[in-house]
Design a protein around this ligand. Structure first.
Ligand SMILES: [Zn+2]
Length: 191
């Protein structure tokens, strides 16, 4: 059976305006032309899947349910503009425990927090993905390192943190000003 290919998207700073530790739907604001970018993916041979670290759960700023409400709100906003996500995966964990008020259940060293590749592997299995033909687009070096860790090509955006997190000393395969530009770059090389 022929394998599928996918463009993985980070969420905060890539799809929506970056706000530190966003945990309320009211604060969720789509970046300009994001729905246009996702519509382009929907029309192509690529699937479109979001992979997002959400340590807000482990920090107890909100519940896991609240994060899924924010994600549902995101899907609704996008669908209202004709753009569809094939799936959304989140990591609710955080490795550093010992803080006041934390949600201990999620304060663990997991294998899904990017740049670990648990979410990507789960998606690859669920949708029979060929990761060597897939891409990840994000605004941090964490996203780029995630792509490197599983053999995907990577695009770093100038939106959100624009790579300023500098957590990993990595170089992306491509750079783009916006998500729509990143998707156009991928679809052009992929022809
Ligand atoms: Zn995790």
């Amino acid at each position: 059976m022929k394998k599928n290919k996918c463009i993985f998207l980070d969420r905060d700073g890539t799809i929506n305006v970056y706000k530190c530790l966003l945990h309320e739907s009211e604060d969720f604001e789509l970046l300009p032309r994001v729905s246009e970018a996702i519509r382009l993916i929907n029309k192509s041979d690529f699937m479109c899947i979001v992979v997002s670290n959400q340590p807000v759960v482990a920090r107890n700023l909100c519940s896991l349910e609240d994060v899924w409400k924010i994600n549902d709100n995101m899907k609704e906003l996008l669908a209202g503009e004709g753009a569809y996500l094939d799936d959304v995966f989140i990591c609710p964990h955080h490795p550093d425990s010992g803080y006041l008020g934390e949600n201990k259940q999620y304060k663990i060293k997991c294998n899904c927090r990017k740049p670990d590749i648990g979410m990507i592997e789960k998606a690859a299995q669920k949708y029979n993905l060929d990761l060597s033909k897939s891409y990840i687009i994000g605004d941090t070096t964490i996203d780029i390192q995630t792509g490197k860790n599983c053999g995907m090509k990577t695009v770093l955006l100038k939106t959100g943190l624009a790579g300023s997190d500098k957590k990993y000393d990595v170089c992306s395969d491509y750079n783009a000003e916006t998500l729509v530009q990143a998707v156009k770059i991928i679809l052009e090389i992929d022809e």
